[in-house]
Write a protein that binds this ligand. Structure first.
Ligand SMILES: Cc1cc2nc3c(=O)[nH]c(=O)nc-3n(C[C@H](O)[C@H](O)[C@H](O)COP(=O)(O)OP(=O)(O)OC[C@H]3O[C@@H](n4cnc5c(N)ncnc54)[C@H](O)[C@@H]3O)c2cc1C
Length: 371
């Protein structure tokens, strides 16, 4: 029986943070395993034969408001500053999303765009984000028209593709979050720090795991080794239901499929990410060379197709949050609480959608708790 002090399941960002902290702050050995053939989990990127860095599991832009998170990751990478701008393909043109004052002028005739702009600024003030549901309740016919336009053209079909259900059947909270931005700020995120690791995410994670105290074993599923290994602490970033052998039933997830192709042209689209709410079966296309401003004669794009999650056939990407999945997850949490020295966290361990910022923050907080 192999004995280890700290076992980390998953070499994604969540696993890498804990392994790095334990090795550098506690000077203890850590074994990190991952069932994939590479480190970095879903933030994995690699060089395509064209020389372009490709994000294999979807476009990833690091963004945070927290200086400590920015500074922590900055010890493992330098940055290429990147302020993401996203377009949606609507009515046969590129429209800025989230929908803002510039979007008005991209889709409507000038007189209508000006009228709507004046009404929005007068009613809500400049720089405010107005939930589309609030606009729908407006008495003013123009603002109501705008709310319905944004809901139907930007949001409804996209949500249907993404989740396989109409937004009307989803949590009201989801709809409440769709904003119209009374501003000319085209940025997709509003955080102070927004960037891509200059040598890529994989290199950043590699640097985090670069310690004589950390051993990484790839192509190693936990299920295969769990009866052959003893640990004092286990940090588990895999799916929590899988850990318990689906004792109470599987947690629901949405999956994705990426179709990546090289195009014989310098640029394919005007920015890194274009959403397709109404056309085609994919939700968006990402053009990878934008992220690090890489120059090449050809380009590489990935179309993202949401699909049902089928265990053993594809990857669980997004938790499907509803009352029944919350109750099911809670039962697993109660089981987890009975296991001293075993910590479930990260995207799959915590059954959450988390940004990289949140993944790092949660892992750092867990380290503070256990140290
Ligand atoms: C399409 C998409 C786009 C995103 N874009 C952004 C973005 O722009 N900005 C942002 O901040 N965040 C983004 N995110 C979120 C980001 O991907 C996560 O915050 C991050 O990957 C979380 O890291 P993690 O380590 O918790 O999980 P993961 O990256 O999923 O890592 C978990 C690892 O555990 C391994 N594993 C699981 N089970 C086992 C097992 N039983 N045995 C061994 N290994 C196992 C897996 O193989 C995997 O490598 C995006 C997510 C998606 C899905």
């Amino acid at each position: 029986m192999e004995k280890v002090k700290n076992l980390v399941v998953g070499a994604g960002l969540s696993g890498a943070v804990i392994a790095e902290r334990i090795a550098s702050q506690l000077q203890e050995p850590v074994l990190v395993i991952d069932r994939r053939e590479h480190i970095a989990g879903n933030i994995y990127d690699s060089k395509h034969s064209s020389g372009i860095t490709v994000h294999r599991y979807g476009p990833h832009i690091f963004h945070t408001t927290q200086k400590e998170i920015w500074e922590y990751l900055s010890t493992f990478t330098s940055w290429h500053y990147f302020f993401s701008k996203v377009y949606a393909w609507v009515d046969n043109r590129y429209v800025t999303v989230p929908f803002n004052l510039n979007s008005l002028h991209q889709v409507f005739p000038q007189y209508l765009a000006c009228r709507l702009e004046t009404k929005l600024v007068d009613e809500y003030g400049y720089g405010v984000q107005v939930p589309v549901m609030k606009l729908m309740r407006q008495k003013d016919a123009d603002l109501q028209f705008l709310a319905h336009y944004v809901y139907e053209k930007i949001f409804e079909q996209y949500t249907l593709k993404q989740w396989g259900v109409s937004p009307r059947e989803m949590d009201e909270e989801v709809m409440a979050r769709v904003p119209v931005s009374v501003s000319r700020d085209d940025g997709y995120f509003r955080d102070k720090y927004q960037a891509i690791p200059a040598q890529g995410y994989t290199r950043m994670v590699e640097n985090m795991l670069h310690s004589p105290l950390i051993t990484v074993r790839l192509n190693t599923p936990f299920e295969k080794i769990k009866n052959e290994i003893q640990y004092q602490r286990l940090f588990y970033t895999g799916p929590i239901d899988e850990f318990f052998d689906y004792r109470f039933g599987p947690l629901p997830y949405r999956s994705l499929r990426f179709e990546t192709e090289q195009k014989n042209m310098e640029y394919y689209q005007p920015c890194a990410v274009v959403n397709y709410p109404n056309n085609f079966d994919f939700t968006r296309i990402c053009e990878h060379k934008y992220f690090l401003n890489e120059k090449s004669a050809s380009t590489v794009i990935s179309a993202e197709f949401p699909q049902a999650f089928k265990r053993g056939e594809n990857e669980p990407y997004y938790p499907v949050h509803n009352a029944s999945s919350a109750a099911l997850y809670e039962r697993y949490v109660q089981e987890a609480a009975k296991l001293p020295g075993v910590y479930f966290y990260g995207r799959l361990g915590g059954y959450i959608y988390c940004s990289m910022e949140q993944a790092v923050a949660a892992a750092l907080a867990l380290f503070e708790k256990i140290k």
